[in-house]
Design a protein around this ligand. Structure first.
Ligand SMILES: Nc1ncnc2c1ncn2[C@@H]1O[C@H](COP(=O)(O)OP(=O)(O)O)[C@@H](O)[C@H]1O
Ligand SMILES: [Mg+2]
Length: 353
């Protein structure tokens, strides 16, 4: 019995590898896993570079995920093209699985980074939070809400540029045509630890404002190296989210940064909106200067260089991200950083606490 199931899983692996090979991908190691997906790195023979492939088993995932959320995820990622969103390359569907090929984020996710390094220095938090705001503002302007923003879904590429991923709970068309105001959501999505009070109370919510709350939870987690709310007990959690955040003592976080966190982690009625985040004192003060480069000390490796995001792509590329073959041919890996140039410039060093 055991050897039968072992051989069937070996066969399944072989089949997956051969389907991907037919599409020009040589499958490699597992680099992550989530609720229903395994993510592996692969080499794309078409693009001549490493990519990531999210593999979802139709048999293992719940029916509503396969019939509703997964098709939405694919639809949404095809629409979006921004330097701070993981770029979609191609989707392949077979009887038993769905494969989503995308840009690889070599430095893994933000949760692992924080687990490895502890709290992120404020200057670096500023760089990543700016990139986060750029990516989510772009989504919201296109009527897309993410609804599952958390550190595990924020990736870092080899230049430590932040890339938002996992649009598994995302929805598009959330701006009503007449007023350009967001429609309300009723379905609960995401993790409790990142959920705003209105979701925890089960009332219809503005999903853009709820994304902003989750961004505040990520900001706090970067600054303090731990989550602001305890999600192990629903009653305690509900109580905590309805009060201003409590900042751990002994951390050297500036008052204007705390002020922004308080303005984000507020009741929906008073919560700061994206355009107000852009005008916020800390957000403007910490703004990465053009051409300024920062680096953080990596405990395991020698040094991780952190660069500014590239200029925002305009929408003309949007429709090209569509169908399977088209997406695959259109996607180009980001250009290599010109290393010589970078080392000539003044670097500001920040060390994680
Ligand atoms: N493009 C990628 N590059 C590198 N790692 C990735 C990539 N996509 C996902 N991962 C890793 O795999 C994990 C699960 O992927 P995700 O898309 O979030 O799946 P799920 O929908 O199951 O949560 C992520 O948290 C991350 O650690
Ligand atoms: Mg995920």
């Amino acid at each position: 019995m055991a050897s039968e199931s072992l051989s069937s899983s070996v066969n399944a692996k072989d089949r997956a590898a051969s389907i991907l090979e037919t599409n020009g991908f040589i499958l490699s190691a597992t680099i992550g896993s989530g609720s229903y997906a395994t993510v592996k790195s692969a080499y794309s023979q078409v693009h001549k570079t490493k990519v990531a492939i999210k593999i979802v088993s139709k048999k293992k995932a719940p029916d509503d995920y396969i019939s509703k959320f997964l098709p939405r995820e694919i639809q949404v990622v095809k629409l979006l093209k921004h330097p701070n969103l993981v770029c979609f390359i191609q989707s392949i569907e077979t009887t038993n699985r769905v494969y989503i090929a995308m840009e690889l984020a070599e430095n893994g996710d933000l949760l692992d980074f924080i687990k490895g390094h502890g709290a992120v220095p404020e200057a670096q938090t500023g760089v990543w939070f700016h990139q986060f705001v750029d990516g989510i503002e772009y989504c919201h302007q296109h009527g897309v809400v993410h609804r599952d923003l958390k550190c595990e879904n924020l990736l870092l590429n080899k230049n430590n540029v932040l890339k938002i991923t996992d649009f598994g709970f995302a929805r598009n068309g959330m701006l009503s045509a007449d007023s350009n105001r967001p429609k309300l959501s009723e379905t609960y999505c995401g993790s409790y630890a990142y959920a705003p009070p209105e979701i925890l109370c089960g009332i219809p919510y503005n999903p853009m404002l709820s994304d902003i709350w989750s961004m505040g939870v990520v900001l706090f987690t970067m600054m303090f190296g731990r989550l602001p709310y305890d999600d192990t007990n629903h009653k305690i959690l509900l109580h905590q989210v309805q009060k201003p955040p409590v900042f751990p003592p002994g951390k050297n976080v500036t008052e204007d940064a705390k002020d922004l966190m308080c303005r984000i982690l507020s009741p929906a009625k008073r919560r700061i909106q994206m355009d107000e985040i852009r005008k916020d004192h800390w957000f403007k003060r910490i703004a990465p200067k053009v051409n300024k480069k920062l680096s953080v000390q990596n405990k395991k490796e020698s040094k991780v260089e952190v660069v500014e995001p590239e200029a925002i792509n305009n929408d003309s590329t949007k429709s090209k991200q569509g169908g399977t073959e088209k997406g695959a041919l259109d996607w180009k890996p980001e250009k290599e950083e010109k290393k010589k140039k970078a080392t000539n410039k003044t670097k500001k060093e920040t060390t994680p606490q």
